[in-house]
Design a protein around this ligand. Structure first.
Ligand SMILES: C=CC1=C(C)c2cc3[nH]c(cc4nc(cc5[nH]c(cc1n2)c(C)c5CCC(=O)O)C(CCC(=O)O)=C4C)c(C)c3C=C
Ligand SMILES: [Fe+2]
Ligand SMILES: [Fe+2]
Length: 363
C-alpha cells in the first residue's frame, strides 16, 4: 500500500481542529445520467442494501439502474433550485452557519462539508482539512438518529481514508444526537412558528425515513431513537399521545420496513375523518427529495385525494438559528479537551516568531 504524502510538518506547530460535517449526498443534476452515477454508488454500499453482493449487484446493474434513474430524475426536477439540489444547498449553509457560530464562541475550527456519496467526498474533505493543518478531526454526520446505513457508513468512509494516510489525525465521531435538548428545542420552535402563522392541525404527523425491519431485530438503534425524538418533541409541545402520529417513509424494495408507513397512515387518517394534518420530518435536518417531493408533493396529494382538506408541511431545520446553535453546542461538547481557542492575530504571529527563533530561523 502506498501512503499519501502529508503537508509539510513544521516543528513546534500547534494542534489544529477540523470539523467534517457529513450529509448523504445528492445527484449533481436532475438527469438520468447523473442519477445513475449517484444511485450506483449509494446502492452498492453494503450497509445500505444488506443483500450478498453476488445476488444484489446483478439486480442493481440490471433492473434498478435501468428503470430508477429516469423516474428519480423526474422527481428531482420538481424540487431543483437555481443553486442546485436542496440537500446540497442546505448542507453548505449549515456548514457556513456552524463555522460562524463556533467562531463567535471563540473557537478556531476549520469546518468542511462532505457528502457520503458523490462530491465533495469524505476523502476530499479530509484531504482539505489535513492540508489546512488539522491534527484533530471531529466527524459530525447530519443524521440525528444513528442507523448503520447512514452514520455507520460515514465511519466506513473515514476509515477507508485513514487506510491511506501516513499521519492520521485524532478522530472523534458524533454518533447521534436524537435526544439533544438543542435539537429537540429547535424542532419545537419550528413547529410553534408554523402554528403561529398557519394555525394548529388536528394531528401532528412525524415522518422518519424508514429502514428494513430486520435491522431493528439485529440491534440497530435507529427505530428506538426515532421514537424517542418524537416523544421528546411531543412533550416539548405539550401534546397528548393521541395528537401525534409517528410514521416511516421512503420504503425501498419489497421487504418489510419499519411501520407504520407514512402514506397508508395518511389515507387511514383521512378515512377516519381527520381534516387537517401538520406533517414534519424530524429525522431530516435539511429539506431534500424525501421531504419536498415525497412528503410535500406525493403524500400531500394522497391525503387530499382521500378526503383530507388541509395538509400543512412544516419545513426541516435547514439554517434556522436555533438549529445552528444546537449544532455548535453538540460540536463543542464533542471537542471537550481539545485546544480550540482562537488566538488574536498578533499573539499568533508572536508565537510563531518565538518558535521560529527557537529553531534559529527568522520569519
Ligand atoms: C435520514 C436517514 C436516512 C436513512 C436511514 C436512509 C436509509 C435508506 N435509504 C435508501 C434508499 C434511498 N434513499 C434515497 C434518498 C435519501 N435518503 C435519505 C436519508 C436516509 N436514507 C436522504 C436525505 C435522501 C435524499 C437525498 C437527496 O438528494 O435529496 C434514495 C434516492 C432517491 C430515490 O431514487 O428514491 C434512495 C434510493 C435505502 C435502501 C436505505 C436503507 C437502509
Ligand atoms: Fe434514503
Ligand atoms: Fe423517496
Amino acid at each position: 500500500m502506498t501512503l499519501r504524502p502529508e503537508p509539510p510538518h513544521r516543528h513546534g506547530e500547534d494542534e489544529r481542529v477540523g470539523l467534517l460535517l457529513v450529509n448523504l449526498g445528492t445527484p449533481t443534476e436532475p438527469t438520468p445520467a447523473a442519477l445513475r452515477r449517484y444511485l450506483a454508488e449509494f446502492l452498492s454500499d453494503p450497509r445500505v442494501v444488506e443483500i450478498p453482493r453476488i445476488l444484489w449487484l446483478p439486480i442493481l446493474y440490471g433492473i434498478v439502474l435501468s428503470a430508477r434513474p429516469a423516474k428519480s430524475a423526474a422527481k428531482y426536477a420538481t424540487i431543483w433550485t437555481p443553486e442546485g439540489s436542496p440537500l446540497a444547498v442546505w448542507s453548505d449553509r449549515q456548514a457556513v452557519g456552524l463555522s460562524q457560530a463556533l467562531q463567535a464562541r471563540g473557537h478556531r475550527v476549520q469546518v468542511r462539508v462532505a457528502m457520503r456519496y458523490g462530491e465533495p467526498s469524505v476523502a476530499r474533505g479530509l484531504d482539505a482539512l489535513r492540508a489546512e493543518g488539522a491534527t484533530r478531526v471531529l466527524v459530525l454526520p447530519l443524521y440525528p438518529q444513528y442507523a448503520g446505513a447512514t452514520t455507520g457508513s460515514v465511519a466506513d468512509a473515514v476509515m477507508k481514508w485513514t487506510a491511506g494516510a501516513r499521519r492520521i489525525p485524532e478522530f472523534r465521531f458524533v454518533n447521534e444526537y436524537h435526544d439533544d435538548a438543542g435539537y429537540v428545542g429547535a424542532l419545537a420552535e419550528r413547529v410553534r412558528t408554523h402554528w403561529r402563522e398557519h394555525g394548529q392541525g388536528e394531528k401532528l404527523l412525524l415522518s422518519f425515513h424508514g429502514v428494513p425491519h430486520r435491522t431493528l431485530l439485529l440491534g440497530d438503534p435507529y427505530c428506538c431513537q426515532c421514537h424517542k425524538t418524537a416523544r421528546l418533541l411531543r412533550e416539548r409541545l405539550e401534546l397528548t399521545p393521541e395528537q401525534v402520529v409517528v410514521t416511516f417513509q421512503s420504503r425501498f424494495g419489497n421487504a418489510k420496513w419499519l411501520e407504520p408507513y407514512t402514506e397508508p397512515t395518511l389515507r387511514q387518517l383521512a378515512a377516519d375523518g381527520v381534516r387537517r394534518v401538520d406533517v414534519m420530518c424530524p429525522g431530516f435536518v435539511s429539506d431534500c427529495l424525501e421531504t419536498l417531493e415525497e412528503i410535500n408533493e406525493e403524500a400531500r396529494h394522497t391525503f387530499l385525494a382521500c378526503g383530507g382538506e388541509r395538509f400543512e408541511y412544516i419545513p426541516c431545520l435547514n439554517d434556522q438559528g436555533a438549529w445552528i446553535e444546537a449544532l455548535a453546542s453538540i460540536a463543542e461538547r464533542h471537542m471537550a479537551g481539545w485546544e480550540t481557542r482562537a488566538l488574536p492575530d498578533a499573539q499568533e504571529t508572536a508565537q510563531r516568531r518565538q518558535r521560529a527563533a527557537a529553531l534559529g530561523a527568522t520569519i
